[in-house]
Design a protein around this ligand. Structure first.
Ligand code: 16G
Length: 165
């Protein structure tokens, strides 16, 4: 079973079968012209990113081996409709373990209600287990807490802090 017992999909979908006319796969450079940034812009400010800058960043991420950027493509339209990223952070602690970070989970507004967010997060949690991460964490808006709790995420007793520049 690819997903944990506590997560169920109705209708049944899976990474290899995400829904009619849809494909779940790793990000590729051609996705720049398939609206990848339009999807990201529904989460936060993306800034103006040229295809050159995108490719440079993509190549850097790929080289590290620690970035798992997945997308869902509407194959009919040739458009990206959802994305999520797993990053593995390397540690000396916990016997030189890895920590998983789930980032940039976004489903384009017109395509909500197809369980795609759930599918992406379940897929990345499964992947982080397979990669032997000792934990996986994320930050989210208060309105999304209930969504992530379904996967076993709990508010931590640690306080999330940030410095913004
Ligand atoms: C959310 C995202 C995070 C993203 C941030 C961007 C998830 C689970 N969390 O917290 O990955 O980096 O928004 O917000 O998708 P910012 O532009 O304010 O940094």
């Amino acid at each position: 079973d690819w997903s944990s017992n506590t997560i169920s999909f109705s209708p049944a979908i899976s990474p290899s079968n995400p829904g009619e006319g849809l494909k779940l796969r790793p990000l590729c450079t051609a996705d720049f012209s398939r609206g990848f940034f339009k999807v990201l812009s529904q989460l936060t400010k993306t800034g103006d990113v040229t295809s050159e800058l995108f490719i440079k960043k993509f190549d850097h991420m790929k080289k590290t081996g620690d970035y798992y950027v997945v997308v869902v493509e509407d194959t009919q339209l040739g458009q990206i409709i959802a994305t999520a990223t797993l990053i593995t952070e390397h540690k000396f602690i916990h016997s030189c373990a890895k920590r998983g970070r789930v980032e940039e989970v976004v489903v384009t507004d017109a395509c909500r209600g197809k369980q795609l967010g759930k599918l992406l997060v379940a897929t990345l949690i499964q992947l982080s287990k397979k990669l032997d991460c000792y934990k996986t964490t994320l930050e989210c808006a208060p309105k999304n807490v209930a969504f992530y709790e379904k996967f076993g995420y709990k508010a931590s007793d640690e306080t999330y802090m940030q410095c913004r520049f």
